[in-house]
Design a binder for this molecule. Structure first.
Ligand SMILES: [Zn+2]
Length: 369
């Protein structure tokens, strides 16, 4: 891509583009690669991202399995390891994941890996790098930066960024999702847990205490089942992968249900009546909550992540039906797209990379007048 092309795409004038390009060249984020085809005047010099220059570490914590990975500046996974989550011993487990990452760093010979992004299913203090509470993992008050420093005192503790799982997933969709999502300013991501990441006017909504987007714990039945948060009838009690598995007659609420949803989906595809009924019910409850979110947020697009998206053919008609019945006509007319994630990797893992990438490029962000 040439400077002229960038100027046309960004609608910024040529001198602004040239000045940003010089900064990026200095930081070695991009390089001048070759001479392009002339369209009349001087042949343009083509620019490209220095994919090999930056390596980023990512840890994506999840109650079932955690991913440790190294990727590049475009959030492409170079190596990834799946580790069974040992939530009962948080400190030891986080250190284990960090050691895996350091091992990977050594194997791939990435001396230039100095930043890690982490995604956590819970409320985090992003500024100070603390896990405040992660109910599904039963983790509380963990100082991630301190732990990283203990494991790697002279290495990667310089830039450790943590974010809630749904927020990091929303960021992944904004940066690396399909084009129609990337072009939107107001995006809601719904993770399988259930968490919601909200992007309004292109910015992730954090809230006063980094706790915005707790739609999973909005009450939809005051006398409903007990939720892990201590309240009754939260949305996630009816829609999460655990609750879907539980309604199907799967394992207990506290047990691992990874893979269970996949089995239910496979059974539904083969016409199993109970599996279809269970997923229809999940779809219905998803639709009820999504209707509330539409009324509260008025987003341009809603993206669903996680294993439930494999049952899209069963759940989507139910979601659409509830929105049709519950959302005000004037909002409904906008036909807000409700779509499954297009990311091949887990959105929250790509989001962990995106946290670091956003930070790298933050200094180059331009606000158009
Ligand atoms: Zn709850």
């Amino acid at each position: 891509m040439s400077r002229i092309h960038l100027s046309k795409l960004s609608k910024l004038n040529k001198s602004t583009v040239s000045s940003i390009v010089s900064d990026l060249l200095e930081e070695k984020l991009i390089s001048e690669t070759m001479i392009g085809q002339s369209t009349g005047g001087r042949k343009p010099i083509l620019l490209s991202l220095n994919r090999a220059e930056y390596r980023i570490g990512a840890i994506d914590f999840d109650p079932d399995c955690t991913y440790v990975a190294i990727g590049d500046i475009e959030a492409r996974v170079i190596r990834r390891k799946k580790i069974k989550t040992e939530s009962g011993r948080p400190l030891a487990f986080i250190k284990k994941c960090l050691n895996e990452l350091l091992e990977m760093k050594k194997e791939l010979n990435c001396a230039n890996l100095k930043s890690i992004g982490m995604s956590i299913p819970g409320i985090v203090d992003t500024r100070n790098g603390l896990i405040v509470i992660a109910p599904d993992l039963r983790w509380k008050n963990l100082d991630i930066r301190k732990i990283v420093h203990e494991v790697d005192p002279n290495g990667i503790d310089g830039r450790v960024l943590i974010e809630n799982e749904a927020n990091s997933s929303a960021l992944a969709e904004q940066w690396f999702g399909q084009d129609m999502v990337k072009n939107k300013s107001n995006i809601v991501f719904i993770s399988e847990g259930i968490g919601t990441g909200i992007i309004l006017n292109k910015e992730l909504i954090q809230g006063s205490f980094d706790a915005a987007g707790q739609f999973g714990h909005m009450t939809i039945d005051p006398d409903g089942e007990l939720c892990i948060c201590g309240n009754r009838g939260c949305w996630e009690v009816y829609t999460s992968k655990d609750s879907t598995a539980r309604r199907f007659g799967g394992r207990s609420f506290n047990g691992s249900t990874n893979g269970e949803l996949g089995k239910i989906t496979a059974l539904a595809k083969n016409g199993d009546k109970l599996a279809i009924k269970t997923l229809v019910e999940t779809g219905r409850y998803l639709g009820i909550g999504i209707s509330n979110i539409i009324k509260a947020i008025d987003p341009e697009v809603i993206i669903l992540g996680g294993a439930i998206t494999q049952a899209w053919d069963v759940i989507y008609p139910e979601i659409a039906k509830e929105i049709e019945a519950r959302v005000f006509v004037d909002i409904k007319k906008k036909d807000i797209p409700i779509i499954p994630t297009s990311l091949v990797e887990r959105s929250s893992l790509i989001g962990a990379f995106a946290l670091v990438i956003r930070e790298i490029f933050r200094g180059y962000r331009i606000t158009r007048g």
